[in-house]
Design a protein around this ligand. Structure first.
Ligand code: PHE
Length: 493
């Protein structure tokens, strides 16, 4: 066989001479497999406009496995003839020892190659011509046209050949036709860059018509997104509605100030928060509400003395990547108060950003799950009941609460659950009752309390998938297999 480069060259010369090349006919004429010719034509096509290629469907014939055997070894009758010694063989011996003996004997007698002498079969000719083999060889070579139609019908019945449809390529000269082609490189290598060779190299253009793998599996959810949809389902079953979380960029006002987090709070420090350079400032904070927030921070109100500092509008207007989805909860509670309060159950699951030191369990972004319930006279008992109900739905029943501190909740509690696999109590979330200093400036009625809790999506995902390094779950090092092979249901109830 010739190399693809040689074949391309031969096709171009033939094109120059005849003006057209038909792939199957060309293959026959140079005794090369059709597959190889097609490969060479496709390479020529990828050069741009050197050639034009048209595809035609062609009905033709190919040998079956048995037919291929005949094409290479000869017909059964010819093989029988060739196996006979001059003095012949007994019929019984042939029937016992020769494969397909009945057929071979019949056909060889009919052809008058053999004759019977008593109990023996002896040659009737000195040499024979195996026409069956010749025809099948022609079919193998793609020259089915040279075989008479009635013969093809007969061979089809004998299961030596079958009809197939093949794609034939018709090649004509393109606008940039040439017979001198340059070898095209498929890939830019480090060596080419180092030696400067890339400047003199012609590269293969991208083939945007390529169909891609047909067995490519697609439409799979990333494990995190799958777990997210399961948590979403749990909230929906509990009658919660989803908050709109489609803004990663938030103002310090909604992320911190509205939540009664003092402007000197360490979490605001540039070490934890990603501030946004452009646009650096927000423009639309409701002014009357802003004034109430300012007053609550600097002098207090609603039974509080505030933080007693000079509250800065500038600081509140800074844009940042939200550090928690509680910013969304603040917006929603404010809106609820403006629309006329009524009891609600809200949830959200989306991304938040923190400038953390990256390690096996921390990235600079993660997903937060948040539940918020606002109603008349809710107590911490209701909060604990809600959290128990929520975690029960994901199969976590052993829970402990530990007093904690958040600027915007009082009381605040960290949530721990007993992890059977790790055999220890692990922190699974944070919770609390939103402070009056947060709710009253919004206009939430005085006898309304709001219970809320938050947890990360990544931590349960890592535990459920048995992943120790967050980089195997999120980011560029995630293996495609993790997504393709990830089991359908992960929450084990
Ligand atoms: N916002 C808190 C955090 O980022 C979680 C939380 C939500 C705590 C609601 C209390 C109430 O960790």
């Amino acid at each position: 066989g010739s190399s693809v480069m040689d074949l391309q060259q031969e096709i171009l010369f033939s094109l120059e001479k005849d003006g057209v090349v038909i792939s199957n006919e060309f293959g026959e004429s140079i005794k090369e497999s059709h597959q190889k010719i097609v490969g060479a034509i496709k390479s020529l096509e990828s050069l741009g406009n050197v050639v034009n290629v048209k595809q035609n469907a062609l009905k033709t014939w190919e040998c079956t496995e048995e037919g291929t055997g005949v094409a290479t070894e000869g017909s059964h009758e010819a093989r029988l003839f060739n196996s006979l010694p001059p003095e012949g063989r007994s019929v019984a011996d042939i029937k016992d020892n020769f494969p397909n003996s009945n057929f071979a004997l019949g056909a060889a007698m009919k052809n008058k190659w053999l004759k019977k002498e008593g109990e023996k079969v002896v040659p009737a000719m000195t040499s024979i011509e195996d026409q069956v083999q010749k025809y099948l060889q022609a079919i193998t070579a793609g020259a089915a046209d040279s075989v008479p139609d009635n013969v093809k019908v007969e061979y089809k019945k004998r299961k030596l050949i079958r009809e197939v449809e093949m794609t034939v390529f018709e090649v004509t000269k393109g606008n940039e036709f040439t017979t001198s082609i340059v070898k095209q490189e498929g890939e830019l290598t480090k060596e080419m860059i180092e030696s400067g060779q890339w400047k003199k190299t012609t590269f293969k253009p991208f083939n945007f018509k390529s169909k891609g793998r047909v067995d490519q599996r697609s439409g799979y959810l990333h494990p995190l997104m799958q777990l997210r949809s399961e948590f979403r389902q749990i909230f929906l079953e509990m009658g919660f509605s989803e908050m709109p979380t489609n803004n990663f960029v938030e103002s310090a006002f909604w992320n911190f100030d509205a939540l009664f987090q003092p402007q000197q709070h360490p979490a605001r420090d540039a070490h934890d928060t990603f501030y946004v350079a452009e646009p650096g400032k927000t423009i639309n904070v409701p002014e009357d509400y802003l004034q109430k927030v300012k007053k609550t921070h600097s002098v207090g109100g609603y039974g509080s003395i505030g933080y007693q500092y000079d509250w800065s509008r500038d600081e509140a207007h800074k844009n940042l990547l939200r550090t928690h989805t509680t910013a969304v909860s603040a917006r929603m509670l404010y809106k609820l108060a403006q629309d006329g309060f009524q009891p609600v159950k809200f949830f959200s699951i989306d991304r938040v950003f923190r400038n953390e030191t990256l390690d096996a369990t921390h990235l600079a972004e993660f997903n937060q799950i948040e539940g918020v319930v606002a109603d008349y006279n809710l107590s911490i008992k209701n909060l604990m009941g809600l959290i128990k109900g929520f975690f029960e739905k994901i199969g976590i029943t052993k829970l402990r609460f530990k007093p904690a501190y958040n600027p915007y909740t009082e009381p605040s509690m960290e949530i721990f659950s007993y992890h059977e696999g790790l055999q220890k109590w692990v922190e699974v979330g944070n919770s609390g009752m939103f402070r009056p200093e947060m709710l009253r400036p919004m206009g939430i009625p005085e006898n309304v309390t709001v219970a809320a809790w938050g947890l990360s999506l990544e931590r349960p995902a890592m535990i459920m998938y048995g992943i120790n390094n967050i980089r195997e779950l999120v980011g560029p090092r995630v293996k495609m297999e993790l997504i393709l092979d990830n089991p359908v249901c992960t929450i084990d109830k």
